[in-house]
Structures are given as C-alpha cells and as structure tokens.
Design a protein. Structure first.
Length: 317
C-alpha cells in the first residue's frame, strides 16, 4: 500500500508540474541549470519526461534554452554536468580571487555578511546598527533572527574581522544571469524549493516571484523528489552519495551543517588548495580545520613522488 501511494504521488506531482509549465510562454524563459539535483530534475522533465508522456508539449517546450554558469568553484562532477547539458555556459567577469580582493569573502551567512560588509564600508544607518548590536534605539534586546550572532558582533565591533562580503555569490552567479537576461529579454526558470529553509520558505510561495521568475517546484519536498529520482532512475552524480546539496564547494555557509569539511575531502588536490587559500580567513574564524586536508594532499603528493622515483630507479637496470 505504501509503495502505491508513493508512485501515485510521483505521477500526480509530474502531471501537476506539466500544468504549471503551461502557464508560461516557452520563448520567454530559460532554465537556469546549476548541475544540482533540483535544476536537473527540471532538465529531465523538459527533455525526457515530456517527450515520453506528452510529445506535443515536448515539441513546444523543449526549445527552452538550458543555461549554466561556471563559477570556478563547482565539484568536477557538477561542472561536467553543466558542460554536457547546457546550451550556453556563462562565466562571471570577475574571478574569485579578484572578488576576494575587492569585496571580501563569505563567512557567517548571507544576511550577516551583508550587514558586516556595509558596516565595514562605513554605513551607520539605524537599521544596520540594530542588526549589528542586536539592540533597538532604547537599548533593548531585539528578538529577531535578522541580527548578527554573538561571535560576529564581538569581532566586528572589536575590529578583528577580515574583509567579509556576501558578494561572491552575486558576482559569480547572479551577475552573469542578469547580464544574460538583459541581453535576451528572457526570464529565469529556477529549480528552488521552499522546503529548503526559512528564508526560501518566506521568499518562494507560488510558481512566480514578484519579478516573474518561474519557480515550478517551489512546493516540492525532498521525499517526493527522491521518489521521482528513484522511480525513473534519473542519473545522479556520485557526489550525492556523500552530500545532499551542491553549490560552490568549500563555501563557509555550509559549515553549520558540517558540509564544508565533507566537501574539502571530496575534491581533488589542486582544487582543495585553491579553495582553502580563498576561504582561509573565514575558515580560521569558524574553526574549520583545513590543515588535515592539506596534510592529506601533501602525503599523497609525497607518496606519488616516491613511487615515481622507484620506477625511475628500476628503469636504470
């Protein structure tokens, strides 16, 4: 009985997803494809499920461009997916290290880092002071999640923070997307789920955002998504055996779930060194022990050198 309900839920959701897509003109939109689980579900729906279940609709909607962005920070398996499945792969005008030098790097959360960045750049507006100090004009504690945590507040006010900013995401991901939208006049189809967190839950409440972005799986749950992947045997990169969400690998925003350390362990040596160098100051502040992973890379490198040396010695005989 339980399995039949699961299958019914899967088919019902896909039929409902089809009805949602009928609300848009395909020529007015493009699919923003990150290579992750959610956006790939929409790719699969447009390119495979519609072809097998509604060919007339497929002929109309398969023309929706698939657009990816190379942020230079993806796991190799995800980047390969982007290159394999996208019609166009965009890149930001700024490289990660250029962004770090000019704006700073991520650390605590997008909201907190934006407040810190504004404070570090000299703003002292009342709303910002409330967010930074956690107190109102009458010096009373503010009971809200929209304020700095104690660690961030103390170090910011004591001048102990490095240059911090949330603009890494904007410059590497959002800016190239905005440029493409301006060039083509097309709007985004986003594979975002309100189920993913409090902020997304408050932002995505229907199929359309205020600026007319199309978010057809806003109401999808992890349970149904996993059931769809299972029933239709949708390809999933091996990396998902270790983590549940992908994005810019090593980003400190995943540290509270322990994802940052997992991600450092899952990338190749060169990428690991680059990411540690990029996020080092935030890692130090958050207590992320990256030295274990660098030592692992050094040990592997030394073993490879020894192996190569032994082969060279043997070749002399």
């Amino acid at each position: 009985m339980g399995r039949s309900i699961e299958i019914d839920n899967v088919d019902f959701y896909l039929e409902d997803l089809k009805s949602k897509f009928k609300k848009i003109k395909p020529e007015a939109y493009y699919l923003s494809y990150s290579g992750g689980k959610d956006s790939h579900l929409l790719f699969w729906f447009l390119k495979i499920w519609l072809k097998e279940n509604d060919f007339e609709m497929y002929k109309k909607y398969s023309s929706i461009p698939i657009i990816g962005i190379n942020t230079y920070m993806e796991h190799p398996q995800i980047l390969k997916r982007i290159k394999d499945n996208c019609d166009v792969v965009l890149k930001g005008r700024m490289k990660p290290l250029e962004i770090k030098e000019k704006y700073g790097i991520p650390c605590f959360s997008k909201f907190q880092d934006e407040m810190i960045n504004r404070y570090q750049n000299g703003s002292r507006k009342p709303y910002l002071i409330r967010a930074v100090t956690g107190r109102d004009e009458n010096d009373n504690n503010i009971n809200t999640m929209f304020k700095l945590n104690n660690n961030a507040r103390e170090k910011l006010l004591n001048g102990e923070l490095h240059k911090i900013s949330q603009k890494c995401c904007d410059k590497l991901k959002k800016k190239p997307a905005r440029d493409y939208q301006k060039l083509t006049g097309k709007k985004e189809i986003l594979g975002v789920m309100a189920d993913e967190g409090v902020l997304r839950g408050s932002k995505y409440k229907s199929c359309f955002t205020e600026d007319k972005k199309f978010t057809p799986i806003w109401d999808l749950t992890d349970q149904i998504e996993n059931a769809i992947y299972k029933k239709y045997n949708i390809e999933l990169p091996e990396i998902y055996e270790h983590i549940t969400r992908t994005g810019c690998f090593g980003c400190p925003y995943g540290s509270y779930k322990g994802n940052t350390e997992k991600e450092l362990d899952l990338i190749n040596e060169n990428q690991r060194k680059f990411i540690v160098d990029y996020f080092k100051e935030s890692y130090d502040l958050l207590g992320i022990n990256y030295n274990n992973f660098l030592e692992k890379s050094t040990k592997k490198c030394n073993e490879e050198k020894k192996h190569k040396s032994r082969i060279e010695q043997l070749s002399l005989f």
